[in-house]
Design a protein around this ligand. Structure first.
Ligand SMILES: Cc1ncc(COP(=O)(O)O)c(C=O)c1O
Length: 404
């Protein structure tokens, strides 16, 4: 028996697949790679914090420690102002709870809403984040499917799979708006149906909106016209709703470690949830005082960051749209927003073969199964990588596709 004996909630060692092995070998050998999977804004020349934002962390108020489990008032007010500026319904600062990251926000909500053995419903495909966080709390995830309708050119929720997933152990439904990597948001009718199900079943809705400030420009738009903002679930809602976001994506500052949960829904349920969340947050008090004090200034800095990030998104998207126009066997799945593009590639090769073929040419792209795509063959690429990196990666993809 290996020692120390680790909790069974940690993942068992799984043998890496051929692509993951080949990637690790190349990285270990220091082979230069064109990485189309990078989404860390500070690694792609888009970091949102500069000297002014660092200076804001030096507020002398940060010399004192007067913890407030939900976050200090000025920081919660700044989050409420952010939603007001986005045009959301009313959000009281008391309905905001600060966390160190969106991942921590998920962990708090798992602890708040689910006991071991309970279940959360999560979209599939999606970024593989909730499952390990849930496993760490002894909670199981059940997928509900997102399907891409090629005729209509949009993703939609497979409500049969969602309703099949609902059961006596369901403690929350997660909606990622826009989803990573599909970039899809719920259509108004889908949102209404999902909210009705949650309300009837008294099941809270967890809305992960970390990418909601990044709507895609329509085809043909160079990114100078402002794209219509994506809606937020913060504000007045029928079911109890927890909206998650944070500095990582809103401001391009993942290193500053501040995110939040905004509560929405009926007042009595919200107050019970708020009390529980503050009790959990009080055990950790994980958000540092200097970053809380700086939050109003940091959130102001989002405008400049988002303008740069949107310009990058528009330019990279235009490059991909030009590629699929030249190569009709490649398809860009339509999306509402976010930092990822999903490319459907001919299924004559498996996803693994596509990803390996690209890797042999020095290009890293995620195969769809990394995000649990139910069918082959998809590749996922980041839209925030430097345009020169994307252009090189796409040129190699085009050459690989031309090999047939
Ligand atoms: C959809 C989604 N939610 C949350 C996160 C994690 O965000 P944070 O850096 O705030 O933990 C990610 C990370 O990429 C993500 O893709």
């Amino acid at each position: 028996m290996p020692w120390p004996r680790l909790s069974s909630r940690l993942p068992r060692d799984v043998a890496p697949n051929a692509w993951a092995r080949a990637l690790a070998e190349r990285r270990d050998a220091g082979v230069p790679l064109w990485d189309l999977t990078e989404t860390n804004p500070t690694a792609v020349g888009l970091g949102g914090a500069g000297p002014d934002e660092l200076a804001a962390l030096a507020d002398p108020g940060g010399l004192r420690y007067e913890p407030d489990p939900g976050g200090i008032a000025s920081a919660r007010e700044a989050v409420a102002r952010y939603y007001a500026a986005r045009g959301s319904g009313p959000l009281a600062p008391e309905d905001v709870v600060l966390t160190a990251s969106t991942s921590e926000a998920y962990a708090h909500l798992l602890r708040l809403l689910a006991e071991p053995g309970a279940e959360w419903l999560v979209p599939m495909p999606s970024y593989p984040l909730v499952e390990p966080l849930a496993a760490l709390e002894g909670v199981a995830v059940r997928p509900y499917r997102l399907e891409y309708d090629r005729q209509g050119g949009r993703w939609h929720v497979d409500f049969d799979s969602l309703e099949r997933g609902l059961g006596p152990r369901t403690r929350a439904v997660v909606a990622v708006q826009p989803n990573n990597p599909t970039g899809s948001c719920l259509a108004p009718a889908e949102l209404e149906r999902l909210e009705a199900l949650c309300e009837q079943g008294r099941i809270p809705l967890v809305a992960d909106e970390v990418f909601a400030d990044f709507p895609w420009p329509p085809p043909g738009d160079a990114g100078d016209a402002p794209a219509a903002p994506l809606p937020s679930l913060a504000g007045e809602r029928r079911p109890l709703t927890f909206v998650l976001s944070g500095l990582s994506k809103v401001c391009g500052m993942p290193q500053l470690k501040l995110a939040w949960i905004a509560l929405a829904g009926p007042g009595p349920a919200r107050r019970v949830a708020q009390g529980g969340l503050e009790w959990i947050a009080d055990l950790f008090l994980s958000v540092a005082t200097p970053v809380q004090l700086a939050l109003p200034r940091l959130l102001e800095a989002r405008h400049a960051f988002q303008a740069r990030a949107r310009e990058r998104l528009a330019r990279n998207l235009a490059e991909i749209r030009a590629l699929v126009a030249r190569r009709p066997e490649l398809e860009l799945c339509r999306a509402d927003g976010g930092w990822a593009a999903v490319l459907r590639v001919p299924a004559g090769r498996s996803e693994e073969e596509w990803a390996l073929g690209l890797l042999r040419r020095g290009v890293v792209a995620h195969p769809g199964h990394f995000y649990d795509f139910p069918r082959e063959a998809y590749l996922v690429v980041s839209l925030v990588v430097p345009p020169v990196v994307l252009a090189r990666g796409l040129a190699e993809l085009e050459a690989l596709a031309a090999e047939g």
